[in-house]
Write a protein that binds this ligand. Structure first.
Ligand SMILES: *Cc1c(COP(=O)(O)O)cnc(C)c1O
Length: 337
């Protein structure tokens, strides 16, 4: 596997740290927990989309695009990281935000990631929940082409075979760190949504014969649907790398028991997990992905899913900017006299 064959721009702060979470491990009385800090990828408060965008933006440049179009939910971290990189590369950026939660909370629709999208100079428009967002992006691209622009469409979450290479690369990086630190990783756990992160990780870790199982905690679809989505993209990514059939269906495992009422809708478990990490490790999770991912990890630890002497790495995929869109959900004390 030789990733240097694929065009890539460099703007992520890599490698991201791999650190123990000893306070949390002790509080939970479970396995030894580690955290891979992909919330620290650097650009515009960081996050997992930055690794994907290194490959996607290189492809956009190679195709001589001058304008980027992408889409996401209102508090999309992907949209925010794309807007930042487009700004850095001097490209126009158009973001379509799908109203998937129906929330009219001003924090949700104006603050957090939405504020940052606009600060980076992107043009932001809304679409109703359930809209065909790929068709919406295509229609926008058509209009821009007619006015002489050269648009490049990035799918939601940057999840295609090009974007997933960012997480194949993350698998290489993680394994090298584990060797350096003498760390035997027994499990890797993270939040899974548009599937590119898990597809890239599973492909990379299988290609390297690492023996490390990946558990995706779903934030959206039901288990079967999520696993199929990840598996399909992992197979396509493996083909793209010239490693056909390196990923088997059983390598793709998702647990979708922590979604709650729906995508982007808060759960009590998420609130608890976000507070727990903030107050035990000083780490900010996010309300849509990593908070639900950590809720799942903590609940599974409580149920004895992991052997007590094993090492579990949680991949922090970022998203803390979204906290400001969910201010009222956390029910925090006011000023003390
Ligand atoms: C997008 C995102 C994820 C999910 O990654 P996918 O590649 O879309 O599955 C997880 N966490 C955060 C904070 C994200 O923004």
């Amino acid at each position: 596997m030789n990733l240097s064959r694929f065009p890539r721009l460099r703007f992520a702060h890599l490698p991201t740290p791999l650190e123990p979470m000893d306070t949390l491990s002790k509080a939970l009385g479970g396995p030894r927990l580690w955290i891979k800090r992909d919330d620290c990828t650097g650009l515009s408060t960081g996050g997992n989309k930055t690794r994907k965008l290194e490959f996607l933006m290189a492809d956009a440049k190679a195709k001589e695009a001058d304008t980027i179009i992408t889409q996401g939910a209102t508090q999309s971290n992907h949209a925010r990281q794309t807007a930042a990189i487009a700004a850095k590369l001097g490209m126009d950026c158009h973001i379509l935000l799908e109203d998937r939660t129906g929330s009219s909370d001003p924090n949700y629709i104006l603050s957090g990631n939405v504020l940052l999208d606009r600060l980076h100079g992107a043009s932001v428009s809304k679409r109703p929940g359930g809209a065909d967002m790929d068709a919406e992006m295509e229609a926008l691209a058509e209009g821009l082409r007619a006015s002489g622009k050269r648009p490049y469409i990035i799918p939601g979450g940057g999840s295609n075979t090009i974007g997933a290479l960012g997480y194949v690369n993350a698998a290489l990086e993680l394994l090298a760190q584990a060797v350096d630190q003498g760390l035997r990783i027994d499990h890797l756990v993270h939040a899974t949504g548009s599937a590119g992160t898990q597809a890239g990780l599973v492909t990379g870790l299988k290609a390297l014969n690492s023996g490390i199982p990946v558990l995706g905690i779903g934030v959206n679809a039901a288990r079967e649907k999520q696993e199929e989505k990840v598996f399909k993209l992992a197979c396509e990514t493996a083909d793209h790398l010239g490693l056909p059939s390196v990923v088997k269906r059983e390598d793709v495992v998702a647990n979708c028991d922590y979604v709650g009422p729906g995508y982007g809708v808060p759960t009590a478990g998420m609130v608890n997990a976000v507070k727990m990490l903030a107050q035990s490790e000083g780490i900010l999770l996010d309300p849509v992905y990593s908070g639900k991912g950590m809720d799942g990890l903590m609940d599974l630890i409580g149920k004895g899913h992991f052997a007590p002497d094993c090492n579990v790495v949680f991949l922090h995929t970022g998203g803390a900017a979204g906290l400001f869109g969910y201010r009222d959900v956390f029910d925090l004390p006011g000023y003390v006299d």
